[in-house]
Design a protein around this ligand. Structure first.
Ligand SMILES: *Cc1c(COP(=O)(O)O)cnc(C)c1O
Length: 465
């Protein structure tokens, strides 16, 4: 066994020791001094935390900055586009769509300007709108919910499972009313939500399902890619995303008629595919323009070459980092549902329980980790309490289309209270960005050491930091 493996092995047993002791409830008994004894063999953990003036745990690392762009391999296609003068949607956009559909395992794909408009378009073309309620998680990016309101429907929030960070499938059915039309299934952080159960519930209650897979490129459940379970799957290719184009998005579906409508809608409402028969009559439907350009497609095609390999690496590093930090008291990493065969890891999330860190606040904990060289931050804010909802309820449009009793905002706020999400957002969630997961095993090890250093010095950081 080589030296690295040996030290890894030692490391595991040391961590097992912490876990065993802590889970046996002996943490208080053995106290901080004993923890220090446990760690005593490791010079890394005895140092002063960087936030208190010590040397940062991570002074160099091998993860890339984001996005990745290799001039030697990546610029050829882009230059060809620029020199051709064909910049508006043409062959490369179509090529990208075909490749995306094949990779995701969907019959069709339509590239659009961004993920937000992939969602807006999908809801519009599934005719989800005025009068409808759409079930959605409160723990997500604004676009998962604004698409519902934009189409005139009312979002109904289903509280999360704090272990998985996803909409809790056990809480869905109690939120279904005669007005419920659809479930917006968000795979937040690129960790698949419990799609198989969500689909069972949707079938039972005859609901449409739109998947917000804007953080979940290539994530899979039992080998099937997310985005292909529901009536439509939506992706984002924005700059920070694992599949970056700068701006960009896609809709996938097996439903030709729906995809033709989406295409038509994204191209001024002009006829497309099955809608072409009526071409001579002119524009078919009320549409808009959401086409991607050829240079975006060229960038997308280049990024696509790397996506599978990168996804594999993120999964390996995430599992490794998870195993290293999971034994630390007060660190509760994500749990994947049992049927998940691959996650996307747009972010690596965990819950921070400050009571286990001598009451060190989450923001100080994050600052301490950042000082050690670990990129991290807090997660989402409570979406179900943001002012855009009340403002929508009070808007002229909502008042025109909804009876008064459905626009009682105080009642709505009460019914859409999500206590577990509230705790997650305001106190617990911390996440590490995806590009870190493209680093080396020793980067992951260093990150875990920074966690331990912070754990061991929590009291000091709280008092002096
Ligand atoms: C990024 C994102 C979107 C929107 O995508 P854009 O391309 O930025 O418009 C929607 N939902 C989720 C969960 C996202 O992370």
């Amino acid at each position: 066994m080589d030296a690295t493996l040996n030290s890894l092995k030692k490391d595991y047993s040391r961590r097992d020791f912490i876990k065993t002791n802590v889970s046996a409830g002996t943490a208080a008994m053995i106290g901080m001094n004993s923890f220090n004894t446990v760690f005593a063999g490791r010079s890394t953990n005895n140092g002063t935390p960087a936030i208190l003036g010590g040397k940062p745990q991570i002074t160099q690392h091998s993860w890339p900055s984001w996005p990745i762009w290799n001039p030697a391999t990546d610029e050829k296609k882009l230059l060809e586009v620029m020199r051709s003068g064909v910049w508006s949607r043409s062959k490369l956009a179509t090529e990208f769509e075909e490749k995306w559909a094949r990779l995701i395992g969907s019959k069709r794909s339509l590239a659009v300007v961004n993920g937000t408009n992939a969602l807006n378009t999908s809801l519009a073309q599934l005719e989800i709108g005025w009068g409808d309620e759409v079930l959605v998680t409160p723990f997500t990016f604004i676009a998962s919910v604004s698409c519902i309101v934009l189409n005139g429907a009312i979002p109904v929030f289903v509280d999360i499972d704090p272990d998985t960070f996803q909409m809790d499938p056990d809480k869905i059915e109690e939120k279904i009313t005669p007005n419920t039309r659809a479930i917006m299934a968000v795979h937040i952080y690129g960790l698949p939500c419990d799609m198989e159960r969500i689909m069972q519930i949707a079938e039972k209650h005859d609901l449409l399902v739109v998947e917000d897979a804007c953080q979940a490129w290539l994530a899979e459940i039992n080998g099937k890619k997310v985005g292909t379970f529901g009536n439509a799957g939506c992706f984002s290719f924005q700059n920070s995303k694992n599949m970056p184009m700068g701006e960009g998005g896609a809709i996938v579906s097996d439903d030709d008629e729906f995809m033709d409508r989406c295409y038509s809608y994204h191209n001024y409402g002009n006829p497309h595919g099955s809608l072409v028969g009526q071409e001579s009559a002119g524009t078919m439907m009320i549409g808009t323009k959401l086409r991607i350009s050829e240079y975006q497609a060229a960038i997308g095609l280049v990024q696509l070459e790397r996506l599978q390999e990168e996804t594999k690496k993120r999964n390996e590093n995430a599992a490794y980092l998870r195993s290293l930090i999971e034994p630390i008291p007060g660190i509760k990493p994500y749990r994947l549902y049992e049927n998940v065969t691959q996650a996307a890891f747009h972010l690596f999330p965990f819950r921070y329980i400050k009571e286990e860190f001598k009451g060190l606040s989450r923001s100080k904990f994050v600052e301490a980790l950042q000082a050690e060289g670990v990129p991290c931050g807090r997660g989402y804010r409570e979406l179900n309490k943001m002012p855009f909802l009340k403002n929508a309820f009070e808007s002229k449009y909502f008042r025109k289309f909804y009876p008064k009793e459905r626009l009682d905002y105080a009642k709505y706020a009460e019914e859409n209270n999500c206590p577990l999400n509230e705790k997650l957002c305001n106190e617990e969630v911390v996440r590490i960005p995806q590009n870190v997961l493209l680093g080396s095993k020793s980067d992951m090890k260093n990150i875990a050491d920074a966690f331990e250093k912070t754990f061991l010095n929590a009291e000091n950081i709280k008092n002096r930091g």
